[in-house]
Design a binder for this molecule. Structure first.
Ligand SMILES: C[S@@+](CC[C@H](N)C(=O)[O-])C[C@H]1O[C@@H](n2cnc3c(N)ncnc32)[C@H](O)[C@@H]1O
Length: 350
């Protein structure tokens, strides 16, 4: 046995379990408002953090210690002060922006809570349906994605499709398939007020959230339908159909893509966002690759297998994704050159 290799692995295991606990601590920091309470405040004593957060002193103290060890906070041992650096605050206390990363901390808790059922499914088959995950899972997906939808979708991402933008500005029709909590559809309704926007999702709780969010946003040209595409008539067709972070989740993606094709207006475009994953496994040996395979194993693949589905998982990569479009009869698949550390973008035409 190579002793150095064994020691390196032991260190790796400490680091990974430490990463899991740092995620938990950071999740508490994001949800309790601790990061926000420390943002822009410079160095703070324990008493100052307690006062700014309004939280229980002993919990604040232990959280500070853990976050110092994890490198999230600066610590001055002489002065006994803590600080959330400006660069960290940019990512951790910027809810609603396209650079907020705190939403990701919300994923592991509801996913890992399903470990007993996952173990059972690994032995007996089946999976865990989308609706059986805690509501916290839906919320985490929403918080992870919505900053991008709010800030990038209408103005920046769709700028790659000028002919679609022209049609939507003039008053087009948009269908968001697997709309979840509805923030992509709401961003489109805000960006293109002359257009008619429909969101569809078979998850009742998601549709309830989407309707509430649309009411709060005051976007009248929007409608959320609790259904699969079976509940959406083929005519009149849609100028833009979107499938965001959902294609890989579908039990029968090719069948849904065929339904999408039948619902596109002449010259309409299907705009798909999937996770940024390489086709070759060896190119995915990165922290993001590990995170995506974890999300996939604990959620995406498993909720599809719960319906005897394809179980494609979150890490399809461009080759498999393109093969789905082709199998559904689409003629033209274009991967768009939109920069993102985590997403790939496709414009697909009949
Ligand atoms: C990972 S979530 C993504 C939600 C949202 N698009 C976003 O980007 O935040 C996947 C969504 O696909 C939905 N879904 C699952 N099966 C579906 C189907 N057959 N038709 C439409 N949506 C479906 C789920 O209910 C869930 O809301």
């Amino acid at each position: 046995m190579d002793k150095h290799k064994m020691v390196a692995m032991a260190e790796r295991i400490y680091r990974d379990v430490s990463g899991a606990m740092a995620t938990g601590l950071a999740h508490l920091g994001a949800e309790s408002g601790l990061f926000t309470a420390m943002s822009g405040r410079g160095t703070m004593s324990l008493a100052m953090v307690i006062e700014a957060s309004g939280l229980q002193p002993r919990y604040v103290e232990e959280w500070l210690y853990g976050m110092v060890c994890a490198g999230y906070l600066d610590y001055d041992p002489e002065a006994g002060t803590y600080a959330l650096p400006e660069e960290h605050a940019y990512l951790l206390s910027s809810v609603g922006t396209d650079h907020y990363m705190g939403g990701m901390f919300g994923m592991p808790p509801p996913l890992l809570a399903q470990a007993p059922r996952l173990l059972q499914a690994m032995r007996d088959g089946g999976g865990v349906p989308f609706g059986d995950f805690a509501p916290a899972c839906r919320h985490a997906i929403d918080v992870m994605n919505r900053g991008n939808y709010d800030n990038r979708l209408a103005d920046y991402w769709l700028a790659q499709l000028p002919e679609v933008v022209a049609r939507l500005q003039a008053g087009g029709r948009v269908l968001d398939v697997g709309c979840g909590h509805g923030h992509a559809a709401i961003a489109l309704a805000k960006g293109f007020p002359a257009s008619e926007i429909v969101g569809v999702d078979p998850d009742a709780a998601s549709i309830a959230e989407a309707r509430a969010a649309a009411a709060a946003a005051g976007t009248p040209g929007i409608r959320f339908v609790h259904a699969t595409l079976d509940g959406i008539p083929e005519q009149p067709g849609y100028d833009l159909i979107t499938i965001f972070d959902s294609l890989h989740d579908l039990p029968d993606p090719v069948a849904v893509l065929q339904q999408v094709r039948a619902r596109l207006a002449p010259d309409g475009v299907l705009f798909v966002i999937e996770l940024k994953v390489a086709d070759r496994l060896e190119e995915n040996r990165t922290p993001i690759g590990t995170m995506f395979y974890g999300f996939s194993m604990f959620h995406c693949m498993t909720q599809s297998l719960a319906h005897d589905g394809a179980g494609l998982g979150a890490c399809m990569g461009p080759a498999k994704t393109t093969a789905l479009f082709t199998a559904a009869g689409f003629a033209r698949v274009e991967q768009l050159s939109i920069k993102s550390p985590t997403n790939l973008f496709y414009a697909v035409r009949a």
